[in-house]
Design a protein around this ligand. Structure first.
Ligand SMILES: [Zn+2]
Length: 114
């Protein structure tokens, strides 16, 4: 990977990490325990609980993504960043931009799905 390409990815990953932190902060506000009797507007308690579980799931995904992004930030300086860990071919830029922490190319990923 070209050195300037690598720098761009580093910036992209750092930006994504910031976004993910913001995302997690706002999700956390929505995953406070549902109190039994306070004013939660038009939502019933059951609705509030089911909505909370949706936010919980999003929060877990966001935290996973954040860890993956931090891992990618550690790897971005390494020689094999952007190289498929299975076939050792360069991962297409388009895919790396969409998922900077991907470690395999699309054809290897698809071969796992059957
Ligand atoms: Zn591959």
């Amino acid at each position: 990977m070209e050195e300037n390409e690598r720098k761009k990815f580093k910036i992209l990953i750092e930006k994504s990490i910031e976004d993910e932190h913001d995302n997690i902060e706002s999700l956390k506000k929505n995953t406070q325990p549902v109190s039994p009797d306070n004013a939660i507007g038009r939502l019933s308690r059951m609705e509030a609980i089911s909505e909370k579980s949706v936010f919980d799931a999003s929060l877990r995904k966001a935290e996973l993504r954040l860890r993956s992004l931090e891992g990618a930030l550690n790897r971005v300086e390494l020689e094999d960043f952007g190289i498929c860990s299975e076939c050792a071919e360069p991962i297409p830029m388009k895919r790396l931009r969409a998922v900077p922490y991907s470690s395999s190319c699309i054809s290897c990923l698809e071969s796992h799905d059957g």
